[in-house]
Design a protein around this ligand. Sequence first.
Ligand code: URP
Ligand code: ZN
Ligand code: ZN
Length: 458
Amino acid sequence: MALLIRNGEIVTGSSRFVADIWCEGETITTIGKDLEAPDGAEVVDATGKYVFPGFIDPHTHIHLPFMGAFAKDTYATGTRAAVAGGTTTIFDMCCPSRGEEPADAFRTWKEKAAGEACCDYAFHMGVTKFDAGTEAQLRAIVNAGVGSFKVFLAYKGAFGIDDGELFQTLRLARELGVITAAHCENETLVSELQKQLLAEGKTGPEWHHESRPPRVEAGGVHHFLSFAGAAGAPVYIVHLSCLEALEEAVRARLRGVDVRVETLIQYLVLDKSFATLPDFEGAKYVMSPPLRDKANQDVLWNALRQGLIDTVGTDHAPFDFATQKPMGRDDFTKIPNGIPSLEDRISLLYTHGVRTGRLDLQTFVNVASTNAARIFGLFPRKGTIQPGSDADLVIFDPDYRGRISAATQLSAVDYSVFEGWEIQGRPAVVTVRGEIAARDGKFTGTPGRGRLLNTRRA
Ligand code: URP
Ligand code: ZN
Ligand code: ZN
């Protein structure tokens, strides 16, 4: 494979200039003006377009057995959708059930992805128990190239761990040089509030938020960061949704806790009023932590701009509206949690962030790509455009205008919460390690070419 991308405006997390990019095989080899394309090389004219580093989604669930259902995407469908939307690397959550051994889960997740994934991928290794056999298995998994753990302070009885297990995980993570990501909610408060609401006959999706209000999340963040501080372990808060939780993270940073923060595209553009839609439509908008009061959106955008939040992910967890969300028709606590958005993250972030002036282009690249690469051990192989980096590139058309529709999306789920929303700008050409893998929202790459990445720091 030889590929010349001509005359695009290259935007990385720290620079912006017009030049050509020459890629040989899977790698960027030269960046310069007026580069010549040898015979047989593929040439893409990027005049009038931006060229961004391939985007990285730090938080997806492709294979996800959860709440009595399996999320709808496979690695084939989910990563095709990712690539069409400009995401060339995903960090998927390997989530063992509490009864499952980590080594078995790691094997299962790897087998599901191998030969199926259409973009590169890495796993955050879920630690959902810590018993006598856990430590040796986690050490082996880290030795095999995994650089991050994931813990849940919520989902009692499913993925949630207790405080002793949390501390042991963090101590081991510190010793191994691994960063620990956490879902932060106080699970006892969640289950007590759920019981109370159901007893009052409050069973619809609109009550999901009341069972997990901002203080429940903030309490979880405070708790987790107290443990991280005590263990001296670097940590990452996933899907932070509101001011109260952010304040806890900032306070911990000021105390010296090594914490990085992720928010999601859903929290930036949706709010809790969507969960009140009639005819059970609100169930499409049920995820945890819940969509918040609209006032939080400005807080999150400001925090991204000011570097208080590091990344924007999706937490893509696709459960069908026809068959799976209705499991909770009479009881909101049984609605499978998740709002799919892997395919639309970049166009939505550009439309609602860059086009509105909330984010400059550099910040856009940093929060959607570069920072995740840095935090999770992939930089500069991923997350930037420079000689030696993987040729993962997004040639982005800022003049495109279109609308999101489930009818044309590549993800295997049967709805989009962004149905009919206008998009201003989208990826025109996406390359994955030098191969043109998408054009104009359609996957054109080699299925199954995605590779498992080593994210362990040397
Ligand atoms: O609602 C959500 N977030 N579903 C996926 C599982 C998780 O908590 O990340
Ligand atoms: Zn979560
Ligand atoms: Zn998640």
